[in-house]
Ligand binder design. Structure first.
Ligand SMILES: Cc1cc2nc3c(=O)[nH]c(=O)nc-3n(C[C@H](O)[C@H](O)[C@H](O)COP(=O)(O)OP(=O)(O)OC[C@H]3O[C@@H](n4cnc5c(N)ncnc54)[C@H](O)[C@@H]3O)c2cc1C
Length: 432
C-alpha cells in the first residue's frame, strides 16, 4: 500500500463512527417516546449531538441551549487573519437544526441539578431532562497570565474563540509596520486545536511576505517543548518563509508569564519581548458550566467513560467536545478538535438513544482528522483513530498517520483543497 493509498483508506475509516452509531435499533421500539434530552452548547459538539439524537430517534424531544444566534467556526479562522477568507464564510445559524425538529433555545445555562435532572438558564427557565449533554467548549483562563484579562483582550487579542477577536487580530496585522515583530504566546497544553498556533504563524508569515512586510518576523513563545505536526510545520516554514518564523520552546525560556499591555511586551522567566502585535493565547480548561456542575477533575477537564462519553463524575450526563479529556498524559487521545468533538457527539448520541430505549450501547470508534494550512496551496494533515478495549482507549496505529515528509507540491496543494472540502462537510454535518 503506498502512503497516499493508506491515507485514503484512513479517511474512509474516519467515517466509521457514524456507521457504527446509526445501526442502533431504536425507533422501532418507541420506548423513548416522551423523553427529553437537553444539550448545553451549540458548537461542533453540541449541535452534532442534538442533530444525531433527533435523527436516531425522532420521538425524543431534543432541546439545544446556546446563547448566540450565529455560530462562528474556529476551524479555518486563521485564514481570516491572513485575508484568504472572510469571517462570513465561517458563520452558521441554527435554522436547519430547527427544521429537523430540534428545539433551539437562545439562552445561557447557569445551573445544572443532577439530582433533580434539571437545568436553569439566565433567562429564568428551568428544563427537566432524561439525559443531558454538556458541550460548552473551553474556558479561557485570562488570570493565569499576569497583566491579562478579558478586557485587555480587546487590545491584546487571543483570537482563540472566532469572531470579533479574529477580526481584531487581523486589523492589527494589517496595521503592523514592515519589520514589526508578531508574537504568538502559546499556553501549556492541553489546549484547543493543538496545531492552531503554528498554523497561525504560517498564515501571518504568508500575509507579511505578500503584503510588503517581508522584513517582519513571527516569534512563537511556547509553554511546551514540542507541538503537533512539528516536523511538517518546520519543513513548510523553512521552504516558504525562510528566516521569518522562530519557535522558542519552554525549555529555552519560551513560557510567557506576564505581559505589559501598554507596551505590548511579553515577559518570560528570564527575558522580555516587545511586540508590534501581541497574540496571547491563554491557558484553558473545560467550559465554566461544566466546572460549576462538578464535572471537572483537578486539572479542570471533564473525564468521561470511553465506551459511551458519559461523565465519569456524574451518571446521566454526557460531556462532549473540548471540555473533556480521555486517557492519560502525555498522549491524551482526545485532541481538542471540531472533528473529534463531532465523533464524540455521535458516540454520545448512540449511547443516549440506546439508554433511553433500554438497549445496549453501540461499540464506539473515535476518529480525528486535522488539516493545517501552511499556505493557501500547502496543506498538511494528521489522522488518529481509537477503539475502546476494556473501557480504555487503544490507538489504532495502522489507521492513523501524518502527511508524508517527501510529498510532492501537488500533494500539498491537494491537501489544501481537502481542507476546504473537510470544512464544508463538517459544517453541513453538524449544523445542516
Ligand atoms: C484558531 C483555531 C483553529 C482551529 N482549527 C481547527 C481545525 O482545522 N480542525 C478542527 O477539527 N478543529 C479546529 N479547531 C478546534 C475547534 O474549534 C474546537 O475543537 C471545536 O470548536 C470544539 O467544539 P465544542 O463544541 O467543544 O466547543 P465550541 O465550538 O466552542 O462550542 C461551545 C458552545 O457552547 C456554548 N456555551 C458555553 N457555555 C454555555 C452555557 N453555559 N450555556 C449554553 N451554551 C454555552 C458557546 O456559546 C459555544 O457556542 C480550531 C480552533 C481554533 C481556535
Amino acid at each position: 500500500m503506498t502512503t497516499i493509498n493508506r491515507r485514503n483508506f484512513v479517511k474512509l475509516l474516519a467515517a466509521a463512527p457514524l456507521a457504527s452509531v446509526l445501526t442502533v435499533p431504536t425507533t422501532a421500539r418507541g420506548a423513548a417516546a416522551g423523553k427529553r434530552v437537553v444539550v448545553i452548547g451549540g458548537g461542533f459538539g453540541g449541535a452534532t449531538a442534538a442533530k444525531y439524537i433527533k435523527r436516531m430517534d425522532p420521538k425524543i424531544t431534543v432541546t439545544l441551549i446556546e446563547p448566540n444566534k450565529t455560530y462562528v467556526s474556529c476551524p479555518l479562522s486563521n485564514e481570516v487573519i491572513s485575508g484568504h477568507r472572510t469571517i462570513e464564510t465561517l458563520q452558521t445559524g441554527y435554522d436547519a437544526l430547527g427544521k429537523r425538529g430540534v428545539e433551539i433555545l437562545n439562552d445561557l445555562v447557569t445551573g445544572i441539578d443532577p439530582a433533580k435532572k434539571s437545568v436553569t438558564t439566565k433567562g429564568g427557565k428551568t428544563l427537566n431532562y432524561d439525559a443531558l449533554v454538556v458541550a460548552p467548549g473551553v474556558e479561557l483562563n485570562y488570570g493565569a497570565i499576569e497583566g491579562y484579562s478579558e478586557a485587555v483582550a480587546a487590545e491584546i487579542p487571543h483570537a482563540y474563540k472566532a469572531g470579533e477577536q479574529t477580526l481584531i487580530l487581523k486589523k492589527q496585522l494589517e496595521a503592523m509596520p514592515d519589520g514589526g515583530l508578531f508574537v504568538i504566546a502559546v499556553p501549556k497544553g492541553p489546549f484547543r486545536c493543538p496545531p492552531g498556533p503554528y498554523e497561525r504563524a504560517a498564515q501571518v508569515a504568508h500575509y507579511c511576505k505578500n503584503n510588503g512586510k517581508a522584513k517582519s518576523k513571527v516569534l512563537i513563545l511556547d509553554a511546551n517543548d514540542t507541538f503537533a505536526k512539528k516536523a511538517l510545520f518546520e519543513q513548510g516554514w523553512a521552504a516558504l518563509y525562510p528566516g521569518m518564523i522562530e519557535w522558542v520552546p519552554a525549555s529555552k525560556d519560551g513560557k510567557v508569564v506576564k505581559i505589559d499591555p501598554k507596551t505590548k511586551t511579553a515577559f518570560t522567566e528570564l527575558g522580555d519581548h516587545k511586540a508590534a502585535v501581541l497574540n496571547l493565547i491563554p491557558p484553558q480548561s473545560a467550559g465554566a458550566i461544566a466546572k460549576a456542575a462538578g464535572l471537572t477533575n483537578a486539572n479542570g477537564w471533564c473525564e468521561i467513560v470511553p465506551s459511551s462519553m458519559e461523565s465519569a463524575a456524574q451518571k446521566g450526563i454526557w460531556v462532549v467536545g473540548d471540555s473533556c479529556v480521555g486517557g492519560e498524559l502525555p498522549t491524551y487521545p482526545f485532541p481538542k478538535s471540531a472533528h473529534m468533538a463531532m465523533t464524540q457527539a455521535k458516540v454520545a448520541a448512540g449511547a443516549i438513544v440506546a439508554s433511553l430505549n433500554g438497549v445496549a450501547a453501540p461499540v464506539p470508534y473515535y476518529a480525528n482528522t486535522c488539516y493545517s494550512l501552511v499556505a493557501p496551496d500547502y496543506g498538511i494533515s494528521v489522522v488518529q483513530v481509537y477503539r475502546v478495549d476494556d473501557n480504555k482507549f487503544v490507538y489504532v496505529k495502522e489507521a492513523g498517520g501524518v502527511s508524508p515528509a517527501d510529498a510532492l507540491p501537488i500533494q500539498r496543494k491537494l491537501e489544501a483543497e481537502y481542507a476546504d472540502g473537510w470544512f464544508r462537510n463538517v459544517m453541513a454535518d453538524a449544523f445542516g
